[in-house]
Design a protein around this ligand. Structure first.
Ligand code: ATP
Ligand code: MG
Ligand code: MG
Length: 550
């Protein structure tokens, strides 16, 4: 689409294609399988996949599983499920960096043979000390000038398990005086006697990220290796690795800004604590922004895609308001989902002039703005439930709902006029009384008289009782995400409210992930874990009111 302006990455790609640097576009998403994906990863996934699609190129799914400490197969499966759900299709291009361990080892040997890598016996602390500071050049390691033969032998011994963890490392021989600290002879291989989730105990040496990643990209024929801004300083090393290894068509690293949401927790450490403390019920608790949590809450892939596109792609870090994500899900669902009636805070409404024991079925559109969703039959009778806030004993001026003497429309049904109420001694209203006008069936008066308010309702004898969960941010927004003293999370104690709602009977058939608009109350989704046959639990995805304007 020529009218849409391009982002800076597309400009780079256009130039590369025009100049013949590459004749195709090949991207990848390379998560480390050490946790669940969150909304920030969704941005990276959709960006990489979107570019491959736009340029008719290819998209690889690659697990960057070169560090066995925190990696688990469980995460591999959850990550795959999340990416599929988002709609990014890697077809048959699913790769594991651990499959390249033999090539990485060979690459290291090649560097040693070129005199570009050496085995170093300094401890981790000494290496740090020797590295120097930003204002001071580093000091060369006493092992820097080992012969190629000695290095080859020592590196092989490292591989063969002759050394303990930390006893020896392989370092790239670059420049201890470089102004870029990453270029001061970085460690590229370390000894680690650990069992890898895929390669088991085959290896006791593992490559470092900065060495492994460019090799992974080069092996797969990646053209544009997109990563986040914190790797900008590592790009010279990335370029050094692909140059020294003499790949014929080296990949290019491009950095973009991470997606941050204001007052939202994404840090694994913090989410782990919330799970451990029992504040949330898992990594997919609907108050979190992991992809699994968003899916459980009722977000759609389309809404997340819209959100990511609205955020744009840039080189400058910034933080986006959660309200924008809410805007996107409202936009996506408003025409797609049926608009049903549910009463979250019920009081009874009795229609005194309606025949005792009679129930009639009224036809109601499922979505006034989308006829394709059809209609349904709604039971209507003498006793209904309405929202407590839709009746007031002493209404303020401009109150358009029920009070004694007021006439309102019951949505999809009749006009009713309030005639009285019953209340406890403390003023709590128990029952509201009214009369209805049979001539207003369907919600309009033949005499043309108008009413100011329309309220929703559920017929009492057929109503289902469902558990409904209402959410607020799990972060105390007044205080900000982190406690300034001890770095802990500022948790909002009111992030979850559970109510029992009266709902239209058809809603009782809802299954996990089914979502609906509950008129005036928001969008709701049946919980995938806690709903049982005939006993749905609904999570509020988002209310209908919005402070966010595009
Ligand atoms: P860590 O796992 O160390 O907490 P991470 O989640 O960034 O950090 P990866 O699993 O390696 O680590 O991330 C996979 C990809 O997702 C990387 O290319 C990374 O740049 C990208 N990514 C991670 N977080 C964000 C974010 N907030 N916004 C955009 N892209 C992100
Ligand atoms: Mg990660
Ligand atoms: Mg990482």
């Amino acid at each position: 689409n020529e009218t849409v302006s391009k982002n800076f990455i597309e400009n780079i790609i256009d130039e590369d294609l025009a100049e013949g640097v590459y004749d195709t576009v090949h991207t990848r998403f390379p998560p480390e399988p050490n946790g669940y994906l969150h909304i920030g990863h969704a941005k990276s996934i959709l960006l990489n996949y979107g570019l491959a699609q736009k340029y008719n190129g290819k998209f690889n799914m690659r697990f960057d599983d070169t560090n066995p400490t925190k990696e688990k197969s469980e995460f591999v499966e959850s990550i795959k499920a999340d990416i599929k759900w988002l709609g990014a299709d890697w077809e048959d291009r699913l790769f594991f960096a651990s499959d390249y361990f033999p090539q990485m080892y060979e690459a290291a040997v090649k560097l040693i043979k070129k005199g570009k890598a050496y085995v170093c016996d300094l401890t981790a602390d000494q290496i740090r000390e020797y590295r120097g500071t930003l204002t001071e050049p580093g000091k060369e390691s006493p092992y820097r000038n080992r012969s190629v033969e000695e290095n080859l032998q020592l590196f092989e011994e490292m591989k063969d398990g002759k050394y303990q963890d930390g006893e020896k490392v392989l370092r790239a021989k670059i420049d201890m005086a470089s102004p870029n600290m990453n270029m001061r002879d970085p460690v590229i291989y370390r000894v680690a006697h650990m069992t890898h989730h895929r390669t088991g105990d085959t290896w006791c040496i593992y490559p470092m990220y900065d060495f492994a990643h460019p090799i992974e990209d080069a092996i797969e024929g990646i053209t544009h290796s997109i990563c986040t801004l914190e790797f900008e300083d590592h790009r010279p090393l990335y370029d050094w690795v692909v140059r020294e290894l003499e790949y014929p068509q080296p990949p290019k690293q491009i950095e973009f800004a991470k997606l941050y949401l204001t007052n939202v927790v994404t840090g694994k450490r913090y989410i782990k604590k919330l799970v451990e403390d029992g504040i949330v019920d898992g990594w997919d608790d609907p108050r979190l922004v992991s992809i699994a949590a968003l899916r459980r809450r009722g977000f759609t892939p389309e809404s997340i895609k819209m959100f990511v596109e609205l955020c744009g792609v840039s080189k400058a870090n910034s933080s986006v308001d959660y309200a924008m994500l809410e805007y996107c899900i409202r936009e996506d669902l408003k025409f797609k989902r049926p608009r049903m009636m549910a009463i979250l805070d019920p009081i009874k409404l009795v229609i005194d002039n309606y025949p005792e024991g009679q129930v009639e079925y009224l036809e109601a559109p499922n979505n006034m703005e989308n006829e394709a969703l059809g209609t349904r039959k709604l039971p209507f009778g003498k006793e209904l439930y309405i929202e407590r806030e839709d009746f007031m004993i002493e209404p303020p001026r401009k109150y358009k709902r029920l009070f004694v003497g007021a006439e309102v429309r019951l949505m999809n049904a009749y006009f009713v006029t309030c005639t009285g109420y019953e209340a406890d001694d403390d003023g709590t209203v128990r029952v509201v009384h009214c009369t209805y006008d049979p001539a207003t069936k369907g919600g309009n008066a033949p005499d043309g008289r108008k009413v100011k308010g329309t309220i929703h309702w559920v017929e009492a004898s057929n109503a289902g009782k469902a558990t409904v969960r209402l959410y607020e941010n799990i972060v105390d927004e007044e205080k900000g995400v982190y406690n300034k003293e001890d770095g802990s999370l500022n948790v909002n104690p009111n992030s979850l409210t559970t109510v029992t709602a009266y709902v239209e009977p058809v809603l009782m058939e809802a299954k996990g992930y089914d979502s609906f608009q509950f008129v005036r109350n928001g969008f709701f989704c049946a919980d995938i874990h806690d709903s049982k046959e005939g006993e749905p639990v609904f999570n509020r995805i988002v209310s209908l009111k919005s402070s966010f304007k595009l």
